[in-house]
Design a protein around this ligand. Structure first.
Ligand code: ZN
Length: 203
């Protein structure tokens, strides 16, 4: 099982980190060992002084697929939720400056928190699904899939051109603006539309 992640998929988020808006999806992968449940509090790793939350919609792949045409893509997803793509921003910045891969900053143990799955059929209009994140009961991120640079169909078609997607693989679809640091004692709560997807404590 693997976790495929999309970077810079919302214009305002790309700009807040000083990145260019991409002309092709930015893709990276986290291993299965990065997966974590919100029932387990997130422990800030010792190698970073600046762990950021990135709330994202997450898709679950229902069957093995490769080289999908756009019109085939939505039939391979069976569920959606919100999750957190935890990022060691200080380490990522150092790696980016040296032109090195990001994995140590993004694919570490526990860096992919995934909420409660909701059947994808609950959301007939995939092009306007709202989601948001609260930190300590204050809203810090909110967006709709309407604001994505690359929609679900484009992402899945693009990803499956390079990587076979297998049953149970997950796709993190990018974070909107408003990312920021977490500290011990913080509580993160994610919603898809009005449904709570997760509540996560930071240790
Ligand atoms: Zn992300």
């Amino acid at each position: 099982m693997k976790i495929v992640c999309v970077g810079r998929n919302y214009v305002a988020h790309a700009r807040e980190l000083g990145n260019e808006v991409p002309s092709d999806p930015v893709i990276f992968i986290k291993p299965a060992t990065a997966l974590s449940s919100p029932d387990t509090p997130f422990s800030i790793p010792s190698f970073s002084n600046e762990i950021h939350y990135e709330c994202e919609l997450v898709l679950r792949i229902a069957k093995p697929v490769r080289q999908l045409k756009k019109e085939e893509t939505l039939s391979c997803i069976d569920a959606i939720t919100a999750g957190i793509d935890f990022t060691a921003r200080d380490l990522q910045q150092q790696l980016k400056e040296k032109g090195l891969p990001w994995e140590k900053a993004k694919a570490f143990d526990g860096a992919a928190v995934v909420g409660t799955w909701m059947p994808i059929d609950q959301f007939p209009n995939k092009k306007d699904i709202h989601f948001c994140l609260y930190k300590n009961r204050v809203i810090v991120q909110q967006a709709s899939t309407a604001q994505m640079i690359f929609d679900f169909e484009t992402l899945l078609s693009h990803i499956s051109m390079y990587f076979t997607l297998e049953h149970g693989d997950l796709v993190f679809t990018g974070t909107p603006a408003g990312v920021g640091p977490v500290e011990p004692g913080d509580v993160l709560e994610g919603f898809v539309e009005d449904d709570s997807a997760f509540e996560l404590s930071i240790l």
